[in-house]
Write a protein that binds this ligand. Structure first.
Ligand SMILES: [Zn+2]
Length: 277
């Protein structure tokens, strides 16, 4: 009905700006997590301050994205540049929430997936910075699987259990095999695929199910291969964080993986001579 369609459009015109604003505010908190968690600093105590002069960030300079633009990326007190990464992380989280609600609509599962994607942003950036993953962040993804299983039947318990193992076990085995052949001069083992990456795929598989996590691994490896090669070519450094690419892969896989895998299976089992009734 036309009347309802107009109500729908009105709802979404109001709904999406609110979602985006909410997303960039959470993104602001993600910046704090990305910056402080690797240093074991408290996430709530002590207000934000300039890294150069120590000036406290004023309340009116705390509006996500817009404050950075208004200040033209400089500290109000000493004029030192503020990294563009802050507004980028904020905008990224806002856009991720918009896409999630646009694809999944507004329900319990899409809210849980938004939280999952925010955790992925933190995991990805922290891995990029430190080449390490925070075990508590990964545990949080596993915790999310509980309300997801209780509130939605989109992914069955069997799919979750298969998802837990179907990528993580091969990742673990590949890591072990690589470690046998590759050692640093100091005798330290090089796994190729780190344990953090393996655990990330295990807990994510439990949350999004085996189809989505298989598609995620495919996209993650593809992105890592392309950007890893570009990165190696540019910096000559062959060691790079796998986590950011897996995080991107998981975002694509969680939203589109299930339908992509179904489409692919349909393609393989398509029978052109089947009689259409
Ligand atoms: Zn300053």
């Amino acid at each position: 009905m036309l009347h309802n369609e107009f109500m729908d459009i009105g709802f979404y015109l109001m709904f999406y700006p609110i979602v985006f604003f909410y997303g960039i505010c959470i993104g602001s908190f993600l910046n704090v997590v990305i910056f402080r968690l690797p240093k074991n600093e408290s996430l709530i105590k002590r207000s934000s301050h300039c890294m150069t002069c120590g000036a406290k960030i004023r309340f009116r300079d705390l509006v996500p994205i817009f404050s950075w633009l208004f200040l033209r990326g400089k500290c109000h007190s000493c004029g030192e540049k503020i990294s563009p990464r802050y507004p980028i992380v904020e905008a990224l989280n806002g856009i991720v929430y918009l896409i999630t609600f646009a694809v999944m609509d507004f329900n319990a599962q899409s809210i849980i997936y938004c939280i999952f994607f925010s955790i992925l942003i933190c995991v990805g950036f922290i891995d990029y910075d430190t080449l390490e993953m925070d075990l508590w962040m990964l545990a949080l993804i596993l915790v999310l699987a509980v309300p997801s299983a209780l509130l939605s039947d989109a992914v069955s318990l069997t799919d979750r259990l298969i998802g837990l193992a179907c990528i993580s076990v091969p990742f673990f085995i590949i890591g072990e095999i690589v470690a046998v052949f590759m050692k640093k001069k100091t005798g330290e083992r090089i796994r190729g695929i780190e344990l953090g990456d393996t655990i990330l795929m295990a807990v994510s598989g439990a949350l999004i199910g085996w189809k989505a996590v298989c598609a995620s691994a495919f996209f993650g490896i593809l992105l890592a291969a392309v950007f890893g090669m570009i990165n190696k070519h540019r910096s000559g450094e062959s060691k790079f964080a796998f986590g950011p690419y897996l995080a991107m892969g998981l975002f694509i896989g969680a939203l589109f993986g299930e339908s992509l895998i179904d489409w692919y299976i349909g393609l393989l089992t398509y029978d052109p001579y089947a009689v259409v009734q």
